[in-house]
Design a protein around this ligand. Sequence first.
Ligand code: 9MR
Length: 343
Amino acid sequence: MTERLPERRGRHRVRAAVAALVTGVLAATGAMMSTGTAQAQADTLGAAAAESGRYFGTAVGPHLLGEADYAATLNREFTSVVAENDMKWDATEPSPGQFNFSRGDQLVDHARSQGMEVRGHTLVWHAQQPSWVQGLTGDALRQAMLGHIDGVAGHYAGDISSWDVVNEAFEWDGSRRQSNLQQQLGDGWIEEAFRAADAADPNATLCYNDYGTDAVNAKSDAIYRMVEDFLARGVPIDCVGFQSHLDSTSDLSTYRQNLQRFSDLGVDVEITELDIGGSGAAQADAYRQVTEACLAVSRCTGITIWGFTDKYSWRDDVTPLLFDATYQKKEAYHAVLAALNNA
Ligand code: 9MR
């Protein structure tokens, strides 16, 4: 049995260690401070998250970067970006072996010019597969998957902090989703995808990403068991992404506990697609709880919201983001900023 060395991935190990260290130093400093001394309050999400060594990111549509208010808000507030759609299989490999990196490269260039990190989303998913993949069977599908991972993760190697290597492979009851990947390749396909991603980009943090994992439940239990097995067998996995598409009525009573158990298992945790339907104080309170949960878990390295303005949310009917459709800060924004500053 091969044991994975904890220091194997330089960059993210440093980041996680910094987060833990900063948390400790701030706690110690706070304990030593005499009463009444105000600490400096950061006035952007990114700066406030950086106080504890974490990133604060958002999903971005690179085609929107030309809109002045969009770009100004993005550049001011965030220290990490992820392409909402433009690094997915259908966007990056529209025909076999023919890659198109134009939008993804545009986002990476923008991030670099702003000193932002870039999350990669997503190498393998049952949705948004190009049509040429959908009909493949057996080893042809396996070779397509491995070639895709090699092409995309290889192209972006060095640019990506974390990759969502595999997205949404489990059902609510903890069984494997019966996708074409599962049916054609069997249980081993997730492991094969992680090994291929590791070979293509040895320095990125490699994540398994899913939704409905906002509690200790059958789905998060199944993912927990998979990670435990991967770690025991030396399969390269570094992180679990918790999408966190929520509503202000969502039950968050075991949210932190769930992050903590993955952290205790030995992987980083990232909140990868946060949005919370609702408005006003109820929405703000749910955002506060999720932010505080991440801050309480030393291996929670950062939070990404799934867009930042309600103008361009995939759930625009429930106004789930931190800025309204005219880029004004919502109550939820102030709650998140305050939680980050209070860390
Ligand atoms: O936000 C994305 C939306 O613009 C796309 O139409 C949709 C296509 O499936 O994907 C959305 O993003 C999804 C993400 O890639 C994976 N987790 C769920 C997100 C919301 O559906």
